[in-house]
Design a protein around this ligand. Structure first.
Ligand SMILES: [Zn+2]
Length: 243
């Protein structure tokens, strides 16, 4: 589960890294303690940025995610809207059919730091054994940000960890189960090639990512898509790197 949408720049990343080499521990951008060091003006600007993000609806975030994914840069927005809607529906339905303990799902879970440097909340790897890595530094920053923004009604305490786990579980389902993968592809209805009456279904890059976000949001009962919080995290890392 990336904080950044695929292909989108990470505006604060370069500056955050530059500051990190200079400042003492408490000033490290990206750590929860660093929020206390934000100037009131910077904190207000961050709140205003995030309030603007919150005004976008969840479908807008889906369209942005697809639009920033390589191969979709020149696609018509109506088509991106269609795919975003279908992938989100699919993810929600997958969550509705998931067993109650799906967020735990028995996959090995490893907690580690170093997620902020790579703009990662969590990552699923299938080899050598299916494993979900949870990046505790990014999760801690996200939890703190929810408090700073007053978004607790949207993202209850601990929701970010649960959502990250659920998101990676969705990737795991799509990776392991060809029927689920085919069902998503059929739902999107993209045709890569047509030869007479023969239709070759195409892969829609980024659709699995959107489905995973929708799955996590639905399974964890979040008030808004996790995509809103990940976009806010990008703004926060930028603000912390600049101050
Ligand atoms: Zn993902």
């Amino acid at each position: 589960m990336s904080v950044r949408t695929p292909g989108a720049p990470a505006p604060g990343a370069a500056r955050a890294r530059a500051t990190r080499t200079k400042g003492p521990e408490s000033r490290r951008p990206g750590t929860a303690a660093a929020f206390a060091t934000l100037t009131p003006a910077r904190r207000e600007a961050l709140r205003a940025d995030c309030a603007r993000l919150a005004e976008l609806d969840d479908t807008d975030f889906g369209i942005r995610l697809l639009g920033n994914t390589p191969t979709h840069e020149t696609r018509d927005e109506a088509l991106l809207h269609h795919w975003a809607t279908k992938a989100t529906e699919f993810g929600r339905e997958l969550a509705a059919g998931a067993p109650p303990a799906a967020a735990g799902h028995g996959t090995r879970v490893v907690e580690t730091a170093g997620g902020l440097d790579r703009f990662l909340l969590a990552r699923y790897t299938s080899r050598p054994v299916p494993t979900v890595e949870l990046f505790t530094d990014t999760i801690a920053l996200g939890e703190h940000l929810v408090d700073v923004l007053g978004w607790r009604d949207l993202y209850p305490t601990g929701a970010l960890r649960s959502a990250a786990l659920a998101h990676e579980h969705a990737h795991c389902l799509l990776h392991r189960d060809p029927r689920t993968r085919r069902a998503l592809r059929d739902r999107l209805g993209h045709t890569a090639l047509r030869l007479g009456r023969l239709r070759v279904p195409g892969h829609v890059a980024g659709a699995d990512e959107l489905a995973a976000h929708a799955y996590a949001g639905a399974l964890c009962g979040l008030g808004r898509s996790p995509l809103l919080l990940t976009a806010a995290l990008v703004s926060a890392v930028q603000a912390l790197g600049e101050d």
